[in-house]
Design a protein around this ligand. Structure first.
Ligand code: 5GP
Length: 194
């Protein structure tokens, strides 16, 4: 997505070869027009799929899930994160290792809101190691719902997340794919937009 790439180059900051700071427009201060455009783009990429729910993880996926669910006309759910590992019968839960925080946490979704009747599109801000998204995929699996695919706003293609998701047979669409980066330069993988 051209506009997203341009905004990453203008307002993003590669803090190192692995961590990209995008808090000027994506995950702290938020550009609402870009966010809505991202939602429409995800809806377009998965056009033709009868999606019933959009699923994300709190907090920085929520506005993208909202924008996507507005474009699709379906509800969205955000998985809740917590440290405590109290198993509750009415929750689907999965363990996730956080790349940015370097710690394990639990994500959960109420059994009331996902069932085998659902067809789910998962969206999130970043695809890096893929752990967060695999946690959500695990939850979709527990619910018996069908996973339609995964949409990531920014993919760091030099990390192994996409490989893990594709190995699990998951359809992945990322709107900006970073081939490599350093504090001086960000290189994208150019794709034909479908
Ligand atoms: P993953 O599980 O794919 O390794 O990463 C999941 C989460 O880590 C993302 O949803 C995002 O919140 C955070 N994350 C991963 N890499 C980056 C990064 O380079 N910059 C920022 N700001 N967050 C990141």
């Amino acid at each position: 997505m051209r506009r997203l790439q341009e905004q990453i180059l203008r307002d993003g900051q590669a803090l190192s070869n692995t961590v990209l700071k995008v808090d000027k427009f994506l995950n702290h201060q938020v550009d609402p027009e870009l966010t809505m455009e991202i939602g429409r783009e995800f809806a377009l990429r998965f056009q033709g799929e009868p999606i019933t729910k959009v699923l994300t993880i709190e907090a920085s996926g929520i506005h993208f899930a909202l924008a996507t669910s507005v474009a699709l006309g379906v509800p969205f759910i955000y998985a809740k994160k917590k440290k405590a590992v109290t198993l509750t019968e009415d929750l689907y839960t999965a363990e996730v290792f956080s790349f940015t925080r370097q710690e394990t946490f639990q994500v959960s979704v109420s059994k009331r809101y996902l069932s085998e009747q659902d067809r789910v599109l998962i969206v999130d801000d970043f695809l890096a190691t893929g752990d967060a998204l695999l946690g959500l995929i695990n939850i979709v699996g527990q619910s018996g719902a069908q996973l339609v695919g995964v949409g990531a706003v920014i993919e760091k293609s030099f990390q192994d997340g996409r490989g893990k998701l594709e190995a699990a047979g998951v359809r992945v669409h990322s709107l900006a794919r970073i081939a490599s980066m350093s504090p001086a330069h960000i290189e994208f993988i150019e794709e034909q937009e479908e």
